[in-house]
Design a protein around this ligand. Structure first.
Ligand SMILES: Cc1cc2nc3c(=O)[nH]c(=O)nc-3n(C[C@H](O)[C@H](O)[C@H](O)COP(=O)(O)OP(=O)(O)OC[C@H]3O[C@@H](n4cnc5c(N)ncnc54)[C@H](O)[C@@H]3O)c2cc1C
Length: 468
């Protein structure tokens, strides 16, 4: 197949967790006109009741099938990757949607400029960041990605391009389409370009505190007492494997961007250097059963011992924000069967139920080593945005027999606590549970239908969650 004279190719697509693997038709071009014609063709087909629709894809860092479309076309947005302008006076970056946060940071940092919202990896595109309304360690102080967009250009199913902004624009006076696009899973249209808010920084380093907790009660009370919220950035690791007192112990860090005079003399010579190397790429040689209770138990015990209490320590970007980015393709550690990341948020009133939830995980045959815990601040207007006030936690489980039973149990607990799962990570929630977790979904569907009544924008995830 070809769109104009640009050939599409068939690729194996999957989420970052290596699950939901499909063969799909992919269009890869930096040419906005060609992308628009591909959408028009999908719209013509949809009007005739044919075709499989279209979906945008960024760097494929979502853990699920939100950026793929088995029955139709997937548009690889990464070639559309120009940084048009970085304005240090207005504190705004004007970029194509396929620009990665890594590329943008590398361009902005030498100018003393910083992106307020950074997730646990920089290898995500601006379009992907908007479509899941991603959050970072700074959520309680900056909100999520959709809170830091000045405006964006959205290609709609009818081929028009609208400019949208959080407070509304002539194209979208009430801002409803903007907020339906934020966390809108690529289903309102294709983001072509965005202007993003920046902040100033004197250095590329953090001034951080660390604290070790001995058990789950200490972990919960640390977070209930607002330890993390006292700084701009905070999050940490917890033990989800050990049985007994070690379960729920953790190692948490908080901090803020360091000022020039806080750096040691050696670093002051090049305070804005991007100190974040990729040291190696993990080879695809690991068997699927490697991540188990024994190996993850040993790793958890070892990691818990490396943590220590400290205050006012200078840490670089990788150490403080992106420890996983020093390895390429680390998802290969889980072998070909892949893994599942489970991220949920529950209201602050439910913190006491974290211990029984952890005990259920520890009592199961499934083990998780990469576990992150953080307190969110206020959520935003987007009906499908994940963050809300409360505690978010993640587990990574290798795919093995019986995992579906543990996940069903966790889903029930999260629902009972009034919580929800994160759409960038979830790969098996039912449409029914999704509706219970996101009660404003009908409001979102109404906005989507107003701009895409025929369902031109479709992903495999949208079908699973009954959003088309
Ligand atoms: C190691 C790791 C750590 C992570 N840490 C965090 C974290 O701390 N916080 C967090 O919030 N997330 C985190 N994530 C998840 C990641 O930030 C999101 O999944 C993000 O959406 C991935 O962006 P992407 O460019 O890879 O998009 P993809 O995964 O390719 O696509 C995701 C969605 O974006 C849509 N999309 C992509 N481009 C466009 C476009 N131009 N227009 C419209 N829709 C588009 C797709 O249709 C799809 O619905 C992490 C992921 C990894 C692998």
């Amino acid at each position: 197949m070809a769109v104009d004279d640009v050939a599409t190719d068939t690729r194996v697509l999957s989420g970052w967790s290596r699950t939901n693997r499909v063969r799909g038709e992919v269009l890869s071009t930096p040419d906005v006109e060609v992308i628009a014609r591909a959408v028009s063709r999908a719209a013509d087909d949809a009007a005739d009741g044919r075709g499989g629709g279209v979906i945008a894809r960024g760097l494929g860092r979502s853990y699920n099938e939100s950026g793929q479309n088995r029955a139709g076309l997937t548009v690889d947005m990464t070639p559309l990757n120009r940084i048009h302008r970085i304005d240090g006076d207005e504190l705004v970056a004007d970029v194509d949607a396929g620009v990665s946060l890594d590329a943008l940071m590398r361009a902005a940092l030498p100018l003393g400029l910083w992106l307020p919202v950074l997730p646990g990896t920089r290898q995500v595109t601006v379009g992907g960041a908007i479509a899941h309304d991603i959050h970072g360690k700074s959520h309680h102080s900056t909100g999520s990605f959709g809170d830091q967009v000045v405006d964006l250009d959205l290609l709609l199913a009818d081929g028009s391009v609208r400019t949208l902004a959080p407070g509304g624009t002539p194209d979208d006076p009430g801002g409803e389409l903007y907020w339906a696009t934020v966390a809108g899973l690529g289903l309102t249209g294709i983001v072509l370009r965005a202007r993003l808010r920046l902040q100033r920084t004197e250095t590329a380093y953090f001034l951080a505190d660390g604290v070790v907790t001995g058990d789950v009660d200490e972990t919960v009370s640390l977070h209930r007492d607002g330890w993390g919220e006292a700084a701009d950035y905070s999050a940490g690791w917890f033990d989800a494997v050990s049985r007994g007192r070690g379960l729920g112990r953790g190692y948490f860090t908080r901090g803020r961007l360091a000022t020039l005079d806080e750096l040691p003399a050696k670093l002051r010579r090049s305070p804005l250097a991007f100190d974040a190397p990729r040291l190696f790429t993990v080879p695809d040689i690991f068997p699927s059963g490697l991540g188990n209770r024994l190996t993850f138990g040993l790793m958890s015990a070892g990691y818990a011992r490396t943590g220590s209490d400290f205050t006012g320590k200078v840490l670089n970007i990788t150490d403080f924000l992106h420890p996983l980015d020093f390895m390429g393709e680390w998802n290969r550690f889980y072998g070909r069967r892949g893994f599942l990341q489970y991220q949920f948020v529950v209201p602050p009133s439910q913190l006491d139920d974290f211990a029984p939830l952890l005990e259920a995980v520890a009592a199961s045959p499934h083990a998780s080593f990469v576990n992150v815990l953080k307190m969110f601040g206020e959520g935003n207007r987007a009906p499908l945005s994940f963050p809300m006030p409360g505690m978010t936690a993640t587990f990574d489980f290798a795919i093995r027999r019986g995992l579906d039973r543990l996940i069903a149990d966790l889903d029930r607990r999260v629902l009972d606590m009034g919580g929800r799962l994160y759409t960038a990570k979830d790969s098996c929630l039912s449409a029914h549970s999704f509706r219970l977790m996101y009660p404003r979904v009908d409001e979102w569907i109404a906005v989507r239908r107003s701009v895409d009544p025929a369902g031109v924008f479709v992903s495999d995830m949208a079908k699973r969650l009954d959003l088309v």
